[in-house]
Design a binder for this molecule. Sequence first.
Ligand code: SF4
Length: 413
Amino acid sequence: MTAVLAKNSPQSNEQAFAAANRASLEKYLKSNHPLSSLAKKICNQERLDRQDALTLYASDDLPALAALGDFVRKRKAGPEKANYVYYIHNMHLNPTNFCVETCRFCSYANPQEREKAYTWTIDQVLEQIGHGVSLGINEVHMVGGLNPACDINYYEEILQAVKNKFPNIHMKGMTAVEIEYLANLEGISYEETLKRLIKAGLDSMPGGGAEIFDENVRSNMAVKKAPAATWLEIHGIAHQLGLKTNATMLTGIGENTENKIDHMLLLREQQDKTDGFMCFIPLKCYYEGTDIAPEVEEPAPTTLLKDIAVSRLLLDNFPHIKAYWIQLGEKLAQLALSFGADDLDGTIGEEKITHAAGAKTPLQLAKEKMEALIAEAGQKPVERDTVYNIKRVCDHEPQVLAPIEERLQTLSA
Ligand code: SF4
């Protein structure tokens, strides 16, 4: 006998939600729409392949890409959290800006400016974090240059000192590039390096240093650090040791569409194996202080929105996609929340790396501003911790939005 679902039962709510979500794709499912076969594949939860991703990037139907990205975001979130957009109250900490590498897109560790290089003492680190703690932060995002003066003991001391003084602060730190560097500096394995840092207080890892995995682009940009296999291996080991991590992709450094798709597919493959990535973060390069601008194409805002939508669709095993407001700017980050992103990153405190290269976004956003930005973008602001436990669902009511076609016109205004 077929069971009749009670009105308002959890199952009936879920079915109604799934039906309404599918209805949002109605016009793209019709066989006369160029993306209809892809829309059907997405509705049927079939995994997209490289050719599908190429088709999505080749489409200039931004409202369709937004609808598809938003559909998948909502399906992954489920009825209760369908319009949740997350942020964290955090600060960035860069204990040293000296770096032995000379990646051409990096003006943070600019060799011409090495006389300005700094390395903080443990006391200076604690003072910086103390300031953040007084503002109520709950995460420190710590990354820095590759500095032989900052060996594994230095980072162990930092982590232990922070945990002693601020036991409730989550320490997200050390990119895979830094782990590779420390392991080579100390002559120990990646696993041993990670185990020591975890013991000292490392709680999770950021996604930086992935850049673009393609070897030609990396070689043109003089990137010698952690190639794809090493970056992925280190994240895999971290996952197996119980650390959650993120993953980034840097664009505007001479990559093409295929390079971006292949980058995402390698991340998806790693996630299938070790399942420890929380979030994918597409980044764009800023050029101030570098000499690469004449030879690369700066990604257009529409391309950045496509990166968000395609990543949401291709990375079916990644829980979250981030619209990193500090790079996108507030308006584009808000639009990205209609293309599949469900995270706006953090309040950040002082950010040095993108601002060293010319980003003009404010250096921090107060929590209230962050929440207002999310609500203005038609979503429910939710304060989270690093690993996406919900700390607070904010009171702001999501605003009713103009159609996406109208909102996209602001890009050309
Ligand atoms: S991108 Fe990282 S590894 Fe490359 S020069 Fe800058 S700080 Fe050093």
